[in-house]
Design a protein around this ligand. Structure first.
Ligand code: HEM
Length: 467
């Protein structure tokens, strides 16, 4: 009979009394610290947050098995849902579980299905052209572009525009009120999820008052949007047949007889779209453009493909975007090296076994998403940026299972089609319209990875010339 180990039998970094391994983790580089431990202790090891043991799972087959054992075997950690609920957040897909998750998942998948996303394509092109204008002005003025910041404006305008059906124009300096509050709320959720002691239940610091105000304002703004969309649909019932935005599509799906979804869940999913769909996409784009610039032959191939398939941004079509195979491969390769969600935490819903380790119900797991995907034993010359690995007919095809940038199983990212479309559209616009003089940091060093809600590059600047 095969013997199994307990979590406590596993190797791992030596914990401090009370605080466990938390003092050894740098708050903004937690992902890298845990990846380094995975290289040292292997694909299954233990660490402690305070007194709580955490099973770290780093091998791609085990990670995939655990992610696929949802919704019944594992869930997202209840602490995240509890923190959000305590803040008064409305339940969205990312933190929902059980029947509520199932019902919302159906609604969100319908709203984000490729054929639904295609209906929003003209507004995506409009936002892409606005970004081009901003960059044309920067090229004329010889101004340095803060790449991550501009790409975030692009993804905010796309997602907020799609989600609410109202024009949001942060590219031209407009403000998105919900976004401003979101930028206060997100770091707070992350901070509180990792806190050793929930001090805010006993005493509120200025940052907690700010958070309360932001939450109240954000909830009201989103509720008003849902009410306005309902009023529009009531006044023009024909809109139901062809929803013009995610909010209308979700209301339509929610109103179907047995949807099990109410307006609070619709509102919760509007904020979830913003939360899950903006920084993820813009940071992936930023990493990809940086890696392309560092690899001139890949850049050359990407440019040739764009000039052949989609040379004019004003005339971009969905069919052109779907044909940009090399750019798609560039995105896959960038996500292999720089997955913006480098770890996925989980909680066991029942007793189970992971590899040879017994995992009692309630245990916490930390799935490392970048371990095998950057290991030379599984990906030849793993550190190199080689988009060709992902092309059909490649001489050295990559084992596609080693990289899971969108997660795996039934909770895999429902926004991946939209995200890849945005990534191809923005990069095709850039490559068709500009010569890139430089993309890099002022020091010339590779950009550092800033961990947070998503993994972003620090200090990337871009200089452009008209092509
Ligand atoms: C390159 C961009 C993106 C990346 C890398 C990404 C990555 C991920 C990952 C790793 C997960 C967790 C999957 C799992 O637990 O197995 C996730 C979930 C999710 N993503 Fe994305 N995402 C991206 C863009 C988007 C966009 C554009 C949207 C929507 C507009 C979106 C909406 C969601 C939602 C709602 C979930 C929760 C799904 C669930 O729990 O059922 N994401 N994403």
């Amino acid at each position: 009979m095969q013997t199994t180990r307990q979590i406590n039998d596993l190797p791992g970094p030596r914990p401090w009394p009370l605080a466990g391994n938390l003092p050894q983790l740098q708050p903004q580089r937690v992902h890298q610290d845990v990846e380094a431990w995975a290289r040292q202790y292997g694909p299954l090891f233990k660490m402690r947050f305070g007194r709580t043991p955490i099973l770290v799972v780093a091998g791609h087959e085990l990670v995939s098995a655990v992610l696929r054992d949802r919704p019944d075997g594992f869930r997202r950690p209840s602490i995240t849902a509890a923190v959000s609920e305590e803040m008064g957040g409305q339940p969205g897909l990312f933190i929902s579980e059980g029947a509520a998750w199932r019902n919302q998942r159906r609604m969100v998948m319908t709203a984000l299905a490729p054929h639904a996303v295609k209906a929003y394509f003209p507004s995506l092109v409009a936002v892409g052209l606005r970004l081009r204008q901003r960059w044309q002005q920067a090229a004329r003025d010889g101004r340095v572009i803060d790449l991550a910041d501009d790409l975030k404006r692009f993804s905010v305008d796309v997602i907020a525009g799609l989600a609410f059906g109202t024009e949001v124009n942060t590219i031209d300096g407009g403000e998105d009120v919900i976004q401003r509050h979101m930028d206060v709320v997100l770091p707070a959720v992350a901070r509180r999820s990792l806190a050793l002691f929930p001090y805010w239940r006993y005493i509120k610091l200025p940052q907690d008052h700010l958070l309360d105000a932001s939450l109240a304002a954000m909830t009201k703004a989103i509720d008003d949007m849902v009410d306005a969309a309902r009023a529009r649909l009531a006044a023009e019932p024909e809109r139901r047949a062809h929803p013009a935005n995610l909010l209308e599509a979700m209301i339509r799906a929610a109103d179907e007889g047995d949807s099990g979804v109410d307006d609070a869940a619709v509102a919760g999913n509007v904020s979830t779209m913003l939360l899950a769909g903006e920084d993820t996409t813009s940071n992936t784009l930023a990493w990809m453009l940086y890696l392309l610039h560092e690899n001139p032959s890949a850049m050359q191939k990407a440019r040739e493909e764009v000039l052949r398939v989609a040379p004019d941004p004003a005339a971009f079509s969905i069919e052109q975007m779907d044909s940009l195979d090399y750019l798609d491969a560039c995105a896959q390769e960038a996500m292999r090296l720089k997955p913006v969600a480098p770890f996925i935490p989980l909680e066991a819903l029942r007793d189970s076994v992971v590899g040879d380790v017994q995992v009692p119900k309630g245990s916490l797991l930390w799935c490392v998403m970048r371990h095998d995907s950057v290991s030379d034993s599984l990906v030849p010359n793993a550190a190199d940026f080689k988009p060709e690995r992902w092309l059909a007919g490649s001489e050295q095809p990559v084992n596609k299972h080693v990289s899971m940038p969108f997660g795996a199983g039934v909770r895999t990212c429902p926004g991946r089609y939209l995200a890849l479309l945005e990534i191809k559209l923005a990069s095709a616009m850039l490559l068709s319209s500009f010569n890139i003089q430089s993309i890099g940091t002022t020091s010339g060093e590779a950009p550092q990875e800033l961990g947070g809600f998503t993994m972003s590059p620090i200090g990337l600047q871009m200089r452009l010339q008209h092509s």
